[in-house]
Each structure stands twice: as structure tokens, then as C-alpha cells.
Ligand binder design. Sequence first.
Ligand code: S3P
Length: 452
Amino acid sequence: MGHATAPLRPAKAAKSRALSGDVRIPGDKSISHRALMLGGLAAGETRITGLLEGEDVLATGRAMQAMGAALRKDGDTWIINGVGNGCLLAPETALDFGNAGTGCRLTMGLVGPYDFETTFTGDASLSGRPMGRVLEPLRLMGVQVRAEAGEKLPVTLRGPRAPAPISYRVPMASAQVKSAVLMAGLNIPGITSVIEPVMTRDHTEKMLKGFGAALEVETGADGARTIRLEGRGTLAGQTIDVPGDPSSAAFPLVAALIVPGSDVLIRNVLMNPTRTGLILTLQEMGANIEILDPRQAGGEDVADLRVRASDLTGVTVPAERAASMIDEYPVLAIAASFARGETVMRGLAELRVKESDRLAAVARGLEINGIDCTEGPDWLSVRGRPDGKGLGPTASNAVVATRLDHRIAMSFLVMGLASETPVQVDDCLIIATGFPEFMTMMKSLGAEITEQ
Ligand code: S3P
């Protein structure tokens, strides 16, 4: 079910005593989507532990089932029996991706080159997001596209009899576009190449190799990466252990930094360098984050984080870092609200096309909670108040509009934990798309959050 017509459930977060405890972060959303897609495509059985059981990922699982994969859960393990590369079946009805941009865009790539029709739908948020960035390379491969004006969902794709491989330079820093082209390349004869001028999360490349695809990556002197994939190879089922999502860890992490006296251990956090920009930025701001027991799990770097409340100082976050923390700016803005001085975040154009226009959603939310900030076309600056004094709704009925965006809801609930007066958000149900355990986990640390 999408959230287009779902009721909203408001929630409130109030000043909390020191947070403490030990939490384990649920599976990474990006890796979970890809595990289900490639597991559903590969021949044989794929066994997945640590899968994120959020609505977004479950929508991807349903889509793979609709195209012939068999999916079941045995204890803590998800088992998916794939169809074999090139053998997806035409789904009988439209694939509804709810709120999930990653599931939708990557599946468009995965099935786009097949010589049958597939229709994609989503909730009000996803239906407002640009799909042209994926449709453009698919058209170059010969895929026919029927889309609403403005390249929005619903979209129907039909592949050509003989799809052609392309070499595609991704025009914006987007792992979804890169991955959609690679997924499409799996069912196209010859070499599909993707050039990404700015490195984005590399889970698709890593996982494709793990499943046996012939893929190579070359990094040029200018840092641009060229990924070459030979299509129509055999993919074989794998065993995948999904590490914890650093983009989810970000919420208890920032909460522990801003609530005085906190000391929290966050276990099982993916430390892939394409995902750790927030940790680096917070450390530059003076955050006390200890990286414990660094290890490998499921082919990825993983660690535990010990986080203690810290006096933060504003910094300038360079645009080049945006790709490695693109989903973390809303919660960084909350950390910045409790820092001394100004934090300037640059290179944020992509935030305008996330689950909401996150730049606007964050700026409006900060303003109605008494935080001095400036929103530019692709930047945000926040002038913090380290003691949280005066923070909270500037009018008694001011409520943050979450705009069907889970990260806006979670960020402002974190803010309320250290603000003088409680912060309210208009909906917390949307959090189930990406981090269903959020409320329980935060409450277990001592966070004063109530659903209304
Ligand atoms: C994702 C890529 C990013 C990110 C999203 C997950 C992925 O999107 O914001 O949450 O799993 O590939 P873009 O590719 O649009 O930057």
C-alpha cells in the first residue's frame, strides 16, 4: 500500500534525559533492494540475512515475485529462488513501488530491455519524482517509454526485440541511474558501459561481481569511474549478509551527540567509504565518535560506533562530499542546529528531488522551530544554538510537514529530544518505509517520543 491516501499519525519528541544503551542497526536499504533484485534474477537460491524489512524493500520483493521469483522467509533468513538471467516473466499487473525511488528506478533498468510491457506506479511522493534520468538511457537502448507529461509515474516500458548496449555518462551524481543502466545491461548482448564523474555508492558493482557477472571498473586520472559490464552472462545465487544501514544509524548517532550526557553504542554499521560522509563531517564538528571493532561482513566494511554527547562547532561541508552523505543532510542540519556558529552545506541540488524537496522541507522545519537558517538554490546554512534554548515550535500549533518523507520525520523527532519545547511532526507512519524499528529503538535509548 502506498501512502497517497493513508492517514497521517502525528508524533512529538520532547527534551530527554541522557540517552544510553546499545542498539543494533537494521539492514542497509540500498543493499537490501539489490539483494532481492539480483537474487530474484540469478539462477538458483539466494539466502539473505539482515534484510531490511521496510515497506520500500518489501515492495521490491513483491515486484520480483510478480516477475517469477519465489520468495520466502525461514527464521531470520530470506530465501529467494531466481528465474535465471534473461528469464524474468511479464508481470500481470502494474508494479507498485509505494514510496521507493531506488526499487522503482533500479527495476526499470532490470526489466526495461525485456520484450514485454511493464507498468510502474507509486505513491504521491514517488509520482512527483523525476524518472527521465532513467528513461533517457533506456530509450538509448531501444526501450519504448509511455509516461505522463514530465516523465513522471505511471510509466510503461517495453523493450525492443534486439536491445543495444550503450556507453552512458551519468549526468548527475546518482547511484540509482548508474545502477539502472547496469541492471539493464545484464539483459543486453555486448558491453554496457557507465561513466560516473563523481563516485557514488558502489553496492551494485560489488554485488554484481559477487553474483558472477563479468564486470570491471577503471578509475581515470580525473577520478571518473568507468564500469563495463558484459551482458547476458550467467548469475548464480549467493549468500548475503546485509550490514546495518549507516543512513539509519545517523538518527541515534546525532541524537546521542545533541542530548547532553548521552553515551550510546550503535552496532553493525556499514562503513563503505561511499557512505561515511556524515561521520567525517560530524568528527570535523567535534563529535566524539569512536569507531570500534572494524571488520568485514558480507564483503563490506562494518564497525560499531560509540557516540558520546559532544560540543559541536559549525563547519563548511564541501560539495564534493555530497554523494557520500546525500541522505544525511536533514539530520546533519539538526546537528548543526545545536552547534556553535554556522554550518554551510553545499552541492545539495539533488536534495530537491528526493522523497520530498528536502532542502525546502528542512528549511521550513527549522524555521518553525526557531532556528536561523538560509536556503539557497543548492545550499543551506544553519546558525546553531548549542544549548537548545529557545528551540522548539515558535507558535504553539507549529507542526513540521513531513511531506511523505521518512527522513524529514525522523530528523525533526531527533531535534525535539534536545530542544527547549517539544517538536511535533505531522506523520510518523511514513518512517516504516525505511526504518520501521526507529520508534522502538529510540525509546529504548530513553528518547521521549510519543505517537499521537
Ligand atoms: C540510493 C541512491 C541515492 C540515495 C537513495 C538510495 C541507492 O539516490 O539518495 O536513498 O540505493 O542507489 P540517487 O541515486 O538519486 O542519488
